[in-house]
Design a protein around this ligand. Structure first.
Ligand code: AMP
Ligand code: MN
Ligand code: MN
Ligand code: MN
Length: 291
């Protein structure tokens, strides 16, 4: 099998299962991707590879080509940045250990978040969030958001983030994640390609963003998400130009989390512009094909 022309491919290389903060199992996501016409798929759970073998098996059994994936939480210039890793060996020891260390602080952080929420009258948030957690090592703000919607504190998860879970708000706890150098290094040394996730979401100045991409490339990073669920048309144009400027491959992924919460479904995105080099060109020998 082969993909051509290169850009016109319904690749979805960014989404989450209940092994992190999505609501569907890896198997149900594979089926949904297949039903939506996805032609190349990667599951990219936050700081986790625990769903990789299941996702790959499910995809291949449905005739869907697969790339391993993860989305690593990184702290850069005091902000959280997400780095998607694609096509690496999910059993690589440094990847497995590095991600375990990245996950390690989540429980204590969640307890502090619950204390912050209790101070504004929302009690029992830690236990409440845990009810939504599929993986005890991966309690995230998304699980708190679901609990706050459940108890009627907000109408939807977007509102919860705005009022409670972002910087300066009662449930926000600053956290130190992996370094950019480590995250990119884990992926690259395990045979994969590192990609800056949804750059349009970061609150960086022009200089900080330039520093992010310069250092990312210096550490061996090779891709950037151009078409992704949270990007506007303007972001597509801006990050297509940035991909050219920095000589990066372009990626495409919905960032789908849940049928009830996500505005962009699996595979439901515009194609990459034909002038970009798609990231799957750099991953040709890492794609796992159905037999
Ligand atoms: P955490 O890794 O615990 O900080 O949680 C980050 C996750 O929260 C992201 O991966 C998104 O799934 C979700 N998230 C972050 N900001 C928002 C937002 N404004 N609205 C909805 N979900 C968000
Ligand atoms: Mn998420
Ligand atoms: Mn992200
Ligand atoms: Mn994501």
């Amino acid at each position: 099998m082969n993909f051509s022309p290169a850009g016109v491919l319904n690749a979805d290389l960014h989404c989450h299962s209940n092994v992190s903060d999505g609501t569907l199992s890896p198997e149900d996501l594979a089926a949904r991707a297949r039903a939506n016409g996805v032609q190349l798929w990667a599951l990219t759970d936050h700081d986790e590879v625990g769903g990789q073998h299941r996702a790959r098996a499910a995809a291949l059994s449905l005739g869907l080509p697969y790339l391993t994936g993860t989305e690593i939480s990184v702290t850069f210039a005091g902000e959280t940045v997400h780095i998607v890793g694609l096509g690496f060996d999910p059993d690589d020891a440094a990847v497995v250990e590095g991600l375990a260390r990245t996950r390690a602080g989540r429980r204590a952080r969640a307890q502090e978040m619950a204390e912050g929420l209790a101070r504004v009258g929302i009690h029992g948030a830690y236990e409440g969030a845990l009810k939504y957690v599929g993986n005890p090592e991966l309690i995230s703000r998304t699980h708190f958001a679901r609990f706050l919607v459940e108890v009627g504190a907000c109408r939807d998860t977007q509102e919860v983030f705005r009022k409670y879970l972002t910087e300066g708000k009662p449930g926000y706890v600053p956290h130190r994640w992996a370094s950019l150098r480590d995250a990119v290094g884990w992926i690259v040394n395990a045979g994969g390609v590192a990609v800056v996730a949804h750059p349009g979401r970061y609150k960086f100045t022009v200089n900080e963003e330039y520093a992010l991409f310069s250092e990312f490339r210096e550490f061996g990073g090779r891709g950037v998400e151009v078409v992704t669920g949270s990007h506007t048309q303007q972001d597509y144009v801006k990050y297509a130009a940035l991909a050219e400027e920095f000589g990066l491959y372009a990626s495409r992924g919905s960032d789908f989390h849940s049928p009830d919460e996500s505005h962009t479904d699996l595979g439901a995105l515009p194609y990459l512009s034909g002038t970009l080099r798609p990231v799957w060109e750099a991953l040709a020998d890492r794609i796992q094909w159905p037999s």
